[in-house]
Ligand binder design. Structure first.
Ligand code: HEM
Length: 349
């Protein structure tokens, strides 16, 4: 039998899935249809974001994945798709905002205690990307509002390999610093015991680049990039942080272009999620002022705290405070330069 558009998309189910509470109570509330459709559209897009994340996690879990693999391109491509979807989700708030606070009041009380807070897909997505339970704002509140089956799903995602953890493993595999032979010709101003010559030199150049008011940055640099300091609080290791910083600094080399795009895409995902949180928070403020949410939270204050805290790739973003001017970058040994060229050029003369 020929497949029909209507059946293929199961429109019977989707188009009959808008049960207005106001209708059940014989109340006039025109905007409830919009409210439901928007939330459903969000949940469908969340589903797609899960689909992309799962596929990226599967690729990144492969031990053979390296910078030279064609699969890295797929990862970057799908991350970029996720970004485009997230941008759309931010813009969708414009449509929500065509509903005024009075329109919302027409049906708001009928929703209690339902709330977007119970969107387990949203919380599970945060967990798959790398947000841990300990880093969540209002931990108890978050588990108390969800059904046990959904808490279990989120816990499973928190316990599994998140994108952030896989990123850490992938970054730690970056080979160049283990190639002692290739660094023999590298010039170092201030050698340091147990520190790779490149990082000893970079630390020296970075410290020199700091203004007086920024001198403490050197300590932050040591904590995040040189030592494995504040181990409990950090989400990527010092080794991974070094690899990420190196990628950012020398991203012009062919071998580092895709890895740089990958890091950049992760920062963009964090930024888009954050934009969504802020837009949602401002919309909430406009819609309900300082009243509590239908889910019982303090409303705007809760959302603000979550928005400030829930950055997932924050340590990658923090590395941007350790960059120096391009013209001051340490010159890499010729051998390393060759290694960072296209595969065809990777042959030593
Ligand atoms: C009139 C529109 C909306 C209002 C007034 C509103 C209000 C709120 C409030 C007050 C909270 C905090 C929890 C609570 O006490 O309920 C919340 C959380 C949340 N809402 Fe909305 N919301 C609206 C639309 C949306 C839409 C369209 C979505 C899309 C899915 C959404 C998704 C979420 C999510 C995911 C959370 C949890 C955020 C977190 O825990 O960080 N909301 N909302």
């Amino acid at each position: 039998m020929e497949i029909h558009y209507h059946d293929y998309l199961q429109l019977d189910k989707i188009l009959n899935a808008q049960d207005l509470e106001s209708k059940k109570h014989n109340l006039e509330a025109h905007d409830e249809m919009l409210f439901i459709v928007i939330h459903q559209a969000y949940e469908l897009w969340f589903k797609q974001l899960h689909f992309e994340t799962d596929s990226i996690v599967a690729i990144m879990s492969r031990p053979e994945l390296n910078d030279n693999s064609p699969e890295l391109q797929t990862v970057v491509h799908r991350l970029n798709r996720m970004i485009t979807i997230l941008r759309l989700l931010v813009h969708q708030i414009d449509v929500m905002e065509t509903m005024t606070p009075m329109d919302f009041l027409d049906f708001r009380d009928r929703l209690r205690p339902a709330s977007g807070f119970q969107s387990w897909q949203f919380k599970e997505l945060e967990a798959k990307l790398g947000l841990k339970f300990d880093q969540r704002h209002g931990k108890e509140y978050y588990t108390s509002q969800l059904r046990q089956e959904h808490v279990d799903l989120i816990k499973k995602a928190e316990g599994g390999n998140s994108l952030l953890q896989l990123l850490n493993t992938w970054l730690e595999r970056m080979p160049f610093f283990d190639e002692e032979e290739n660094w023999k010709s590298f010039v170092v101003h201030n050698k340091a015991e147990g520190v790779h010559p490149f990082w000893a030199e970079y630390r020296y150049q970075y410290s020199n680049s700091l203004a007086d008011a920024e001198k403490n940055n050197s300590e932050d640099f040591d904590e995040l990039v040189i030592k494995n300091g504040k181990e409990k609080e950090r989400t990527i290791s010092a080794k991974a942080a070094r690899a990420a910083l190196f990628i950012m600094l020398y991203r012009g080399y062919p071998m580092l272009q895709l890895p740089f795009q990958l890091l950049n895409a992760l920062l963009e995902i964090d930024e888009q999620l954050s934009s969504w949180r802020y837009r949602h928070m401002n919309m909430v403020h406009r819609m309900i002022g300082r009243r509590i949410g239908t889910g019982g939270s303090s409303g705007k204050d809760y959302l603000k705290a979550a928005a400030d805290k829930h950055y997932i790739f924050r340590e990658i973003a923090q590395l941007n405070s350790f960059l120096i001017e391009r013209r001051k970058l340490p010159l890499l040994p010729r051998e390393i330069g060759i290694r960072l060229g296209f595969a065809g050029n990777n042959v030593k003369e």
